[in-house]
Write a protein that binds this ligand. Structure first.
Ligand code: FEO
Length: 174
């Protein structure tokens, strides 16, 4: 059975991960409004991945006999100055999420919750990749600067990203 303290913290993280999806979807809408469909595709995949992150916490709470309680989601920003600005906002948000995961890592260690430690270790590793990807996008756009051709190349490159739906948790599906 999951401890109440950990369940509450995981419920809160479901909110943060869902907000990540919401923020990134807002950036998708912004990119589409500028005609950058490739950047929008990249960020759309990112938003879907964030929902799979939220579901990892959701499933973990359920599997350990806890009850999921969904919290309110804040309204995200709808506009940025430039695509570079939007990618910088995404990077800043990932750094915030890494801080949240590190707090959870301390909590589950303090509480000797080994099952949760295994879950959180996955997120610790994932955040390294999340920050690296977000940084790469910022660097690419910084490198091309105001070059229209450069920005279109970045748009084409980011448009190749695809999403793979993870397998359902054990006990569900076929
Ligand atoms: Fe779920 Fe991008 O961190």
């Amino acid at each position: 059975m999951i401890k109440k303290k950990i369940r509450d913290a995981f419920n809160e993280q479901i909110m943060h991960e869902t907000y990540s999806a919401y923020l990134y979807l807002s950036i998708v809408a912004y990119f589409h409004s500028l005609g950058f469909d490739g950047m929008a595709q990249w960020m759309r995949v990112q938003a879907m991945e964030e929902m799979t992150h939220a579901m990892k916490f959701f499933d973990h709470i359920n599997e350990r006999g806890g009850t999921v309680e969904l919290l309110a989601i804040e309204k995200p920003l709808a506009k940025w100055k430039t695509p570079l600005d939007a990618f910088k906002a995404a990077l800043k948000h990932e750094e915030f999420i890494t801080g949240k995961i590190n707090e959870l890592a301390k909590l589950v260690q303090r509480e000797n919750d080994y099952a949760s430690q295994s879950l959180i270790q996955w997120f610790v590793d994932e955040q390294v990749e999340e920050e690296a990807n977000a940084t790469k996008n910022v660097q690419m756009l910084e490198m091309v600067g105001k070059s229209g051709n450069g920005i279109l190349m970045v748009d084409r490159e980011l448009g190749t990203r695809t999403f793979t739906m993870p397998l359902p948790v054990s006990g569900e599906g076929g």
